[in-house]
Design a protein around this ligand. Structure first.
Ligand code: SF4
Length: 330
């Protein structure tokens, strides 16, 4: 396997009226071609900012990005905005959480799909129509010819997400980012979309980055997981190893907040108590200390570095789970 996307010491800062907000703080990640990786964390953990920065989608005078980003052997962080834009859409593509905001509500599905093919691949009208039908078939839309004439508002959330997937794969990307692709959908449709993405990834030999707040979503759909908290990777491991031997109390808390089918109807979903630290005023020690039931004095005073447990299983914790050090459980 070879590296398809490599992030080295990636940092992203936003200038705000409250000062510098550091959303991504020195992330290193090496994604191998043909694999599927889950980036997991609560809202505000930095996972979406990191993904967008990696794709060159974060622009604006208030954004500062440092570090090195290499995609398929090319250093994206050295390229002009124009060059990055050319790479995006052919080399990389992204699916967003809410397809309704990404699709144009007043244009037919066929027109939106065909435009992508004509502009990016230079296809004729006839070629782009034939390819659109192929793509709709690939994302398992019944009666694809009729679908070309519909407007987004005539479709269910699941169908709209299938259209977004068809547009995203239309230029044969090597790398597909899926940012909370199933969050807005009900459970049955979620499972269908995840199964479709996994199937397409294998059939089209794509690499997939699945960005989600839900650790349950990555369980059967990724080879590797990186858990983010307060702008940093706090745990990273092959998916089976992570679920078998999680080291970080934060990962454990995410795991405990996965909805369970044995939960009684109407019962509240478990949540992680407390809040992420203020990104303009980071605590001295571990960012999770104020919320961690295992925290000890050292956790508040010193920031933990990434440690390797075994075979690429990394964690950032002074007192990892499974260790024999006595815990102070509140
Ligand atoms: S370093 Fe301390 S506070 Fe942070 S996750 Fe580990 S035990 Fe909890």
């Amino acid at each position: 396997m070879s590296s398809i996307l490599k992030l080295e010491n990636l940092r992203v800062r936003f200038s705000t009226h409250r000062g510098q907000l550091e959303a991504v703080r020195g992330v290193d990640l090496d994604i191998q071609a043909g694999t599927s990786i889950g980036i997991v964390g609560e809202s505000g953990s930095g996972k979406t900012v990191m993904s967008r920065a990696a794709m060159g989608l974060l622009t604006g005078s208030n954004v500062t990005r440092d570090g090195r980003i290499s995609f398929d052997g090319k250093v994206l962080s050295d390229m002009s905005r124009e060059e990055v834009r050319n790479e995006f859409g052919t080399g990389m593509a992204m699916i967003f959480q809410d397809p309704m905001t990404a699709l144009n509500p007043v244009r037919r599905i066929g027109s939106q799909l065909q435009e992508s093919l004509r502009v990016r691949l230079g296809m004729s009208r006839k070629e782009s129509r034939a390819r659109s039908i192929e793509l709709l078939t690939l994302v398992r839309i019944p009666e694809p010819k009729q679908m070309l004439r519909k407007f987004p508002s005539q479709l269910s959330g699941g169908m709209r997400q299938r259209i977004m997937i068809a547009i995203a794969i239309s230029c044969n990307p090597k790398l597909l980012f899926a940012d909370e692709p199933t969050t807005a959908l009900d459970v049955t449709v979620q499972a269908q979309i995840l199964e479709l993405l996994t199937d397409l990834r294998q059939r089209l030999n794509m690499t997939m980055v699945l960005v989600t707040h839900d650790l349950g979503v990555v369980a059967g759909n990724t080879d590797y997981v990186a858990v983010m908290y307060a702008g940093e990777i706090v745990e990273q491991a092959p998916t089976t190893e992570l679920f078998a031997n999680m080291k970080m109390p934060y990962t454990e808390a995410l795991f405990k907040s996965i909805p369970n089918i044995q939960m009684k109807a109407g019962s509240r979903l478990p949540v992680i108590e407390g809040r992420l630290p203020d990104p303009t005023d980071r605590p001295l020690g571990c960012g999770f200390a104020a919320r961690c039931s295992y925290a000890q004095e050292k956790c508040f005073a010193e920031h933990p570095e990434l440690e390797e447990a075994k075979d690429g299983h990394l964690y950032r914790c002074w007192f990892p789970l499974g260790d024999s050090i006595p815990r102070k459980v509140s």
